[in-house]
Design a protein around this ligand. Structure first.
Ligand code: ZN
Length: 128
């Protein structure tokens, strides 16, 4: 997911880090010959990069994890309602309606509160 650079700061080891609009961070190292970013070494250079969009892999990871957690929560609610409908003696159509209602009324906020750790944004916004 593309995110704009809103600022820069130095990390504890003296490497420049871009502060992205989403709250995540991304190192902007100048380590020739592997990584050439001489612009990051000067305030003027960094100023020219404000507003530039970077691919935020953390946002992609969070988005994918939330999507998977949502799918799992829907499947679980639907399956449970379908089984309960069967135990209650409902016909196939009744069980289906119960399952659809279970997904419609699913509290996703609550369901996603137990999402996997990979979906959580750490305070530093940096990958571990
Ligand atoms: Zn991000």
């Amino acid at each position: 997911m593309k995110q704009k650079i809103e600022g820069f700061h130095l990390d504890g080891e003296g490497h420049w880090v871009a502060d992205l609009a989403c709250g995540h961070k991304q190192h902007m190292r100048h380590q020739p010959p592997w990584m050439e970013r001489p612009w990051v070494l000067t305030p003027e250079g960094r100023q020219t990069r404000l507003g530039v969009e970077l691919d935020c892999k953390r946002c992609d990871e969070v988005q994918a994890a939330v999507a998977e957690a949502t799918r799992a929560a829907c499947l679980e609610a639907m399956t449970r309602a379908y089984e309960e409908g069967g135990l209650s003696g409902l016909c196939a159509e009744g069980r289906w309606e119960l399952a659809v209602d279970a997904v419609r009324s699913l509290n996703l906020t609550e369901a996603l509160a137990t999402k996997p750790a990979s979906a959580r944004v750490d305070e530093a916004g940096l990958p571990a």
